[in-house]
Design a protein around this ligand. Structure first.
Ligand SMILES: Cc1cc2nc3c(=O)[nH]c(=O)nc-3n(C[C@H](O)[C@H](O)[C@H](O)COP(=O)(O)OP(=O)(O)OC[C@H]3O[C@@H](n4cnc5c(N)ncnc54)[C@H](O)[C@@H]3O)c2cc1C
Length: 312
């Protein structure tokens, strides 16, 4: 066996929230053969599997995960047939910069989003009106049960708002993604990426978080639950492309500054729960539940977590 199996590995340091207990087992994999070995190991132990990317969209329970965490660390970026091929473990930011170096434009919107390309494909990460499904041409993934390696064309990836077939089923490890980008001048691509990054830094909290905690709404969803709210001029004004930022609603709800233990709703962004002072996962979960209850009671809207809960 060539893989190194680590036991009782604290997950807090592997997540952007910096909370959470240990993984019973953690295995880093850099080849499909190693994935196979890790899958065999989990099968022999009859333990559940969790795939860890950059840990930037997760809330891991204080008790950790009592199974096998598999972390793809294939971090190669190649150019093949005028397309970029990136291993699942490539950091999104590094990918934007590598694309710029090779004169590929189209991913600049992702500058500053933490995490890996594997995680971005799984959750169809997006910002500034774009999302990764617009860049993906093909995804290679490995089935967690059979070990089958399969190529999925973009149309087979089941992409939807912050979702994909891979997220819905939880049955595949995304191994690599092929991206379709346009030719551009490296300096211009880098300058545009920096513009997005600067904008992000100007309004995003610096404390540990997992990004926006709750999903945005479509106006259709809101109309179904609270048609009066949708008619309001301010709500109409704040909606873009048929969507309303959840942060806008949470701001109106007055959640900024709400806290439980060391977890606080950022005063800078109402949809960011931040780990201000040694929060536990339980603090964060309880705070999220309080926000959900308040939104339901006062606005008749049901918030859905964008952050993935692990080990609860
Ligand atoms: C400060 C901050 C700002 C953020 N801004 C944005 C933003 O603007 N837009 C946005 O969409 N998100 C944003 N996020 C959230 C997060 O960065 C993205 O969702 C990111 O794409 C998650 O990638 P990850 O590698 O960290 O995945 P993880 O958090 O490790 O995992 C997320 C999910 O993806 C799955 N997964 C990860 N890798 C793989 C793989 N190789 N195969 C199969 N499944 C996999 C995991 O099992 C899990 O279900 C932000 C987060 C932070 C902390």
């Amino acid at each position: 066996m060539s893989i190194k199996i680590q036991e009782q590995v604290p997950l807090a340091g592997l997540t952007s929230f910096q909370v959470g207990g240990p993984a019973r087992y953690l295995v880093e994999v850099s080849t499909p053969d190693e994935v196979d070995e890790a899958l065999q190991f989990a099968k022999e132990k009859a333990l559940p599997i969790f795939i860890l990317g950059g840990g930037s969209n997760l809330l891991v329970s204080d008790n950790g995960f009592t199974g096998v965490v598999i972390k793809p660390i294939a971090r190669e970026v190649k150019i093949e047939n005028n397309q970029i091929v990136a291993g699942a473990g490539v950091a999104l930011v590094k990918l934007v910069l590598a694309a710029a170096e090779h004169g590929f434009s189209g991913l600049e919107w992702a500058m500053g989003i933490p995490g890996t390309i594997g995680g971005a494909v799984c959750g169809n990460a997006g910002a500034y009106g774009s999302s990764i499904d617009k860049n993906v041409s093909r995804v290679t993934a490995i089935n967690l049960v059979s070990g089958e390696i399969k190529d999925f064309l973009v149309g087979e990836c089941g992409f939807a708002y912050r979702s994909s077939f891979f997220k819905q089923t939880g049955e595949w490890l995304i191994w690599q993604a092929v991206l379709n980008l346009q030719p551009g001048k490296p300096e211009e691509i880098k300058a545009l990426g920096k513009k997005y990054l600067d904008d992000r830094m100007s309004h995003q909290p610096k404390l540990p978080s997992a990004g926006c905690f709750f999903k945005n709404f479509t106006m259709e969803q809101l109309t179904a639950t609270n048609p009066e709210l949708v008619k309001q001029e301010a709500v109409q004004g704040a909606s873009k492309g048929g969507k309303l930022g959840c942060g806008f609603l949470l701001e109106r709800l007055g959640v900024k500054g709400m806290h439980v233990g060391g977890a606080t709703v950022s005063p800078l962004h109402a949809n960011f729960i931040v780990n201000e002072n040694h929060a536990t996962a339980e603090d964060i979960k309880t705070l999220a539940e309080e926000i959900k209850a308040k939104a339901q009671k006062e606005l008749s809207v049901t918030l859905a977590e964008e952050v993935r809960m692990v080990g609860f």
